[in-house]
Write a protein that binds this ligand. Structure first.
Ligand SMILES: *Cc1c(COP(=O)(O)O)cnc(C)c1O
Length: 223
């Protein structure tokens, strides 16, 4: 199948999921996760109409933004961000989805101040007990948000999560629902949740952004 057919199939499924949940047909935005994919494929997706791309490694993203400079692209950082890479991340990304500590948020605020930028961020939340997953604990969110309120160069727009992997997408529904409840109670609007295997469930549960790689670009080749 051509990429444009895969993309229109995803949009069709996104629209249906939105409508099933009684939401506007375009309630969720598609973030194309282009990690491991070359600039040429990103350009093809751009040519097919996509404008928002997600990366998870600084060096790789830096290279791609240079190769694709001049295009009207919104870049999203969806991978774990180490403190020592915060400055580069502020320099490169429009929205950082993976802020998981107050320490990291303070660093981002400081670097954004130096660059005269207000950095848009999401707080990544860890809703499961898996040790391998990054994210702040839900109990920490209020404290992070309180302090964020006094930072002049970050804007926390919402929450993001990567739930445990299940073969059966229905099993992730409680995680997505929990993230929506948390965002609601904290007064946050954006919900970054849902990937290739479960984006329809995520949209039914209120996702405003889905992060999709494989369904657009095919299986990743990490070689
Ligand atoms: C790789 C990745 C995605 C995309 O996953 P697919 O299953 O390929 O759609 C989404 N979110 C994050 C954080 C990722 O690292």
């Amino acid at each position: 199948m051509e990429m444009i057919q895969r993309i229109s199939d995803i949009y069709r499924r996104m629209t249906h999921a939105s409508m099933r949940a009684g939401r506007e047909p375009d309630a969720a935005r598609l973030i194309a996760v282009s990690k491991t994919v070359g600039a040429k494929a990103v350009y093809e997706a751009y040519d097919d109409g996509l404008r928002e791309f997600g990366e998870n490694r600084l060096q790789e993203a830096q290279k791609k933004t240079v190769e694709l400079r001049g295009l009207d692209i919104t870049w999203h950082m969806v991978g774990h961000l180490q403190s020592n890479k915060a400055k580069q991340a502020v320099d490169l990304f429009d929205l950082i989805h993976s802020v998981d500590s107050l320490k990291l948020l303070r660093l981002i605020d400081r670097h954004a101040a130096d660059m005269g930028k207000v950095q848009r961020v999401l707080l990544q939340v860890k809703l499961s007990q898996e040790d391998s997953k990054a994210g702040a604990h839900e109990k920490e969110l209020e404290e992070i948000l309180n302090e964020a309120g006094s930072m002049g160069h970050v804007r926390v727009e919402g929450l993001m999560t990567v739930p445990p992997f299940f073969d059966e997408p229905e099993r992730v529904r409680p995680y997505f629902r929990r993230l929506r409840e948390l965002a609601g109670s904290l007064g946050l609007r954006e919900l970054s949740m849902g990937m290739t295997g479960d984006f329809e469930v995520a949209i039914e549960e209120g996702a405003t952004m889905v992060r999709i790689g494989t369904a657009i670009f095919g299986e990743r080749d990490y070689a």
